[in-house]
Write a protein that binds this ligand. Structure first.
Ligand code: URA
Length: 198
């Protein structure tokens, strides 16, 4: 049965979750990280972007998407009239995997309860998973089938209480330049979805 991600312990809060993430020692990434990266943003439009895991700059600064992929994400947001004040940005895994390797299944399963609590407390109207790990996690949590990232990116999945728009990861689109137009189109689709009920 599909889990109800939006039911939660009413004593939980974003601040409490962020504090727990910053001092978390549940997995070995705690030993190699400089800073855990809980997430941040103004969330005015109730849109949540979920990336994979912090990279080098995010680890140094303790903030999500502050490197090259973050600069591109800011440009994509600006291209549809949004800023970081409008959206919350986080990752499935909150600490940097050494050398920017992919997160392991174990790291995802130990860390994802934090994301689930963030979702439950914040109740986003629209979730934009960035990249294949995040798209698979979120689509399956809300009862949708994950095919490949290229098959699901830019599509609009309408659930009971949430709309999911999986997108290519900005870092992947910077690396594979041919994915940029699709990612830019996904942002236009997000704009259209937000305009449906402003
Ligand atoms: N890539 C991610 O998935 N998350 C970040 O915070 C930065 C780069």
């Amino acid at each position: 049965m599909q889990m109800d991600l939006f039911s939660f312990d009413s004593s939980d809060s974003l601040e409490k979750i962020e504090e727990e993430i910053r001092s978390c020692t549940k997995c070995p990434l705690a030993k190699t990280r400089k800073n855990a990266v809980p997430g941040e943003g103004g969330f005015k439009r109730k849109v949540m972007f979920i990336g994979e895991a912090p990279g080098r700059w995010e680890d140094i600064k303790g903030r999500p998407f502050v490197g090259a992929a973050g600069k591109y994400l800011d440009e994509l947001l600006a291209s549809i009239g949004l800023s970081r004040e409008d959206v919350y940005i986080t990752n499935i895994v909150k600490c940097r995997p050494p050398g920017n390797r992919d997160p392991t299944d174990e790291e995802i399963s130990l860390c994802s309860p934090y994301l689930e609590r963030q979702l439950a407390v914040m109740k986003p109207r629209v979730i934009c998973p960035l990249g294949r790990f995040s798209a698979k996690y979120i689509l399956e949590k809300f009862g949708f089938a994950m095919k490949s990232i290229s098959a699901v990116q830019g599509k609009v999945f309408r659930g009971k209480d949430v709309i999911i728009i999986p997108m290519y990861h900005p870092a992947a689109a910077l690396y594979h330049g041919q994915w940029k137009p699709a990612l830019e189109r996904s942002f236009k689709i997000l704009r259209e979805v937000l305009d449906e009920s402003p």
